[in-house]
Design a protein around this ligand. Sequence first.
Ligand code: ADP
Length: 442
Amino acid sequence: MESNFLFKNTRLRLSLWYAGAMGFLLSLFSIGVYEAILHAHEMTLNREIESVTGTLHDSLKPLLKTPGELEPQIHQSFPYLCIVGQACDSEGSLNGMGAIHQGNYYIRFLDRHGNLVATSRMSSGDTIAIDSLSTWQTLTDKQHHRYRQMTVRLETRDRQVWGYLQVGKSLQEWDDYLKIVRYFILVGLPISLAVVGGVAWQLSGLAMQPIYRSYRQIQQFTADAAHELRTPLAAMQAIVESTLTNPEISRDEAIDTLQACDRQHQRLSELVRDLLLLSRLDFHLTTIKRQPCCLNDIVADVAEEMAPLALGDNIDIQVVTLPDPAISVWGTESQLYRLLVNLVSNAIRYNHVGGKIKIHLKCSDRRAILQVNDTGVGIPDAEIERIFDRFYRGDRDRSRKSGGSGLGLSIVKAIVEAHGGRIEVRSIIEKGSQFEVRLPLK
Ligand code: ADP
């Protein structure tokens, strides 16, 4: 297959399509998994911030008296706070952040107008601009660190609006983790694609093998058919040319020439008829005219027709059938007749002088069994596989004058298959051969 450009090109295109489709699916899958991880993490993070904010909100509410003002009690409870306009000991405040600081959290107090009142600071000392007062936000500082932030409204003890509490958490760790995931996807995807490409190349090679085989068979068939057709044509041309170059041709010579031409013409017609029959069987065109066919009658007719031919080589044809009940199958009578003629004529052609042929018709297991046994030359094991190939002739038979075109058994096989049956052959060299056809009963 490697040498054929068409097949190589098709194989390459198949592999590329396959790898492309797989690559697309893999990318979709990776993006889906990545998005699912993001979503799951966002939900967990939101719940965590929500719970911290809720706790802070509940503990602050009883302490708030005047809107926008942080009571001293709050300073004591949250010593890490930096009040706007006052000096702030960041180290000291951070140390006092306790559980909140450990989770990379920050908190901010805003008055009712959204102005900053107090804030805790992150360990890096970064400050984040107040963006808006919407409940959920994801903010980015100047160092491109991201924070997830929740804003809730604070009320004083007597239910006046105090201002806003913002609780945020750094996404630094999460972003680092995502970076690793992205790295794995970016490196893993091309590697998987390369592996998929290799597998696709192998698979498309496997898928193309039967197509390539039948393509080669068709090529071989065309070459053989052309060769077989050329032989009688060339013979006819030679006869006609030699006759034309002879100026004084007698009537007897003219008759001989015409008879030779007629023989070649018949050979040519037979060949074309066989090729047409094979191509019709290939397209199942002949299966339309199905009717019950009595195999007993066909066997008797063929034996009678072939007897004179067998007599020439002193070959005896014996028929073994059960007269009652007659064995019938659904099919085309002319084809079944042709099937048996081909088998019996081979049994005569490849037999010894004085040999025997036995045609045995029986039925078993809802099948009609038709056997043609001969005591002929037999078929070598190496050839048995190939005798049903179109135009195949055994090595020993190529040189024989009596040899046919090599289409006989391929026609037999095509007819058997068109009738839903199967054919088997057993043979022993110089002892004889047995062809067994099994057809479904009517
Ligand atoms: P052909 O026209 O050459 O007979 P077939 O397709 O009928 O073509 O047979 C193919 C080959 O199978 C023959 O050339 C011959 O070698 C072998 N063959 C077929 N039938 C027999 C048989 N009964 N005994 C021995 N060889 C056989």
